[in-house]
Structures are given as structure tokens and as C-alpha cells.
Design a protein around this ligand. Sequence first.
Ligand code: AMP
Ligand code: MG
Length: 313
Amino acid sequence: MPSVGYGQAKRYKFQKMLMGSPFQLVLYSSSDSVAQEAARKAFVRIEQLNERLSDYRDGSEINRLSATAGKKEWMAVSDDLFRILEISRKISRQTQGAFDVTVGPVVQLWRRALRRNHFPEPQELENVRKAVNYKYIRLRKRNRQVMLTKPSMRLDVGGIGKGFAADEALKIIKQEGISSALIDAGGDLTLADPPPGKTGWTVEITSGNGRDSTAILLLANVGVATSGATYRYLEHEGKRYSHIVNPKTGVGLRFHVRTTVVAPNGTLADALATACSVAGIQKSKKMLRRFPEAKVWLLEIRDGKQEEWKSIP
Ligand code: AMP
Ligand code: MG
């Protein structure tokens, strides 16, 4: 054990596979036991959120809620599920529906298409699209109840859940008395205070344009999320389609965008990275006026031509 003076913080690193992603925690603490306990509780919290919010898990709270769609029933839900739906609906409004957690039926259709390597039929797309719209989510704040007003609706918080979980885990870490912390959820970062004596965490961002353009930033108390490029795609007639879908058309994005967002927290960064990928550069410019505190780096390829827009310094 290295000898350290009283109050001198050491760097700790913990990792665990959660929500299908490697979650890595970097903490600074002067005590082994405090760091270990904080990490343990943070992982437990992420696991708890996953149990509630994963649409991959049979019987998860979110899937039980989706099962009530169109039945004219209110369902009382956990604070976690209620809050993530409340935030998601707000971001949907602010992004004119580019971000929409009711994309579940469309995402399911694409997942199936991917497994069978068969492009969805236009009629199938048309059918599922009818159940997609954030306006079909009704929320009653007073008793935390939710009603899904259209049959066949299905919620999918895959575009915001990792950021939300990281924010919640950071809260736990802070409650344990640690203020300098970083969470890396499969490349999406959520940062608390910088390491002791530093002005920020050194974060390297690449545009993903193949020319290795990078920005090195010193950041703290923000979320950094990237969306777009992925190894999960469907190829059809020589075109690739992403797992991110345009809620209006029901079609997976063509492989032409990649977005990195720096925002005041992980939840917003995650959701906006997905939303900007759907919106593309032109619409994102307008959309982001509503989020003056968010910075983005967007890469778009259209007709073989590459365009970039960057408000990240
Ligand atoms: P991300 O990697 O954060 O961009 O999230 C992608 C995931 O979000 C997908 O795998 C879907 O589960 C979900 N998703 C896809 N399209 C959208 C959309 N337009 N709005 C919200 N969530 C989406
Ligand atoms: Mg996202």
C-alpha cells in the first residue's frame, strides 16, 4: 500500500459490465474503504435502474408499463421511471420529436429485421409508426401515474438511459463524500469535479471523420455523449441503416452522421446526441438554440460529401 499523507487523495478505478456496456468509475478519495463502498453503491444503483428501465428484460417496470398501452389504464410507477419519462417528453418537445422514447415499436421492428437480415416491408413500417409519438404519453405528477394512450405503444429509453444512470450513480458517489469522479459508460462520460489540483478532466473528442481531427478539452461537471456511428446496422441494397431511427419516418438513419454533445449533465448529453443524429446539421443548428448550454460536434455525409459543424471550442 502506498504511504500517503492524511487527506491526500488517491485515484481509484472500478469497472463492471452493466446495461450491456462497460461502466468504468474513476474516483479520488483518501480512503480505500470509502472509494470501494462508493463504487459498490454506484453499481448497485445502476443495476437497479437497469431492472426498471431496460426494455430487454421481461417484466421490467418499463415493459409492464408498455403492456398497458391502449387499455385506458393509469399505472403508478417508480420515481425513476416517472422522472425519465418526464425529462424525455420535455426533450421531445424541445427537439420537435427528433428524440422520442415511444420509438419502441419501430426499434423492435428494426431489431427483428436485423436478425433476419430482411428490410422491413413498407406496410409493416406504416403499422408500427402509428404507435410512435411522445404526445401519447400522459403523466400525472401528483401520484406518479402514467397512461399510454395508443395500443401497441412501446417505450424505449435506450437513447437517454445510460446518461441518466450515470447521473444517478454520480449522485450516490457524492453522497458517499467523494466529489472528484468520472463515469465512463461505454465511451459516454459523466464528470463531477476534476481530480484534486486540476482544473478539469482531460477529454479527447474525435469527429470520427477518418482524418483524425480531435479536440482536447478540460471539462468538469458535464456529460459528454456520442451517437451515430455503430457496428450495429442493417445493410439493404448497398445502404446501411443505423439503430437510431427517425421517429417520423420509422426508418433507421442512413450512415451519415456522428454527433458528440457536451451538456450540463449526462442525461441531456445522451438524449441530445441521439436527437442531433436524427436532426442532422441544419436542423440541429436551429434546435440547439433551445439548449444554449449544450455544445456539439456534428459530422454529416450527404451524397458522398462531408460536412462538419462544431460549436465545441
Ligand atoms: P444512442 O446510442 O444514445 O443514440 O441511443 C440509441 C438507442 O436509442 C437505440 O438503440 C434505440 O433504443 C433508441 N432510439 C433510437 N432512435 C431514437 C430516437 N429517435 N429517439 C429516442 N431514442 C431512440
Ligand atoms: Mg443517446
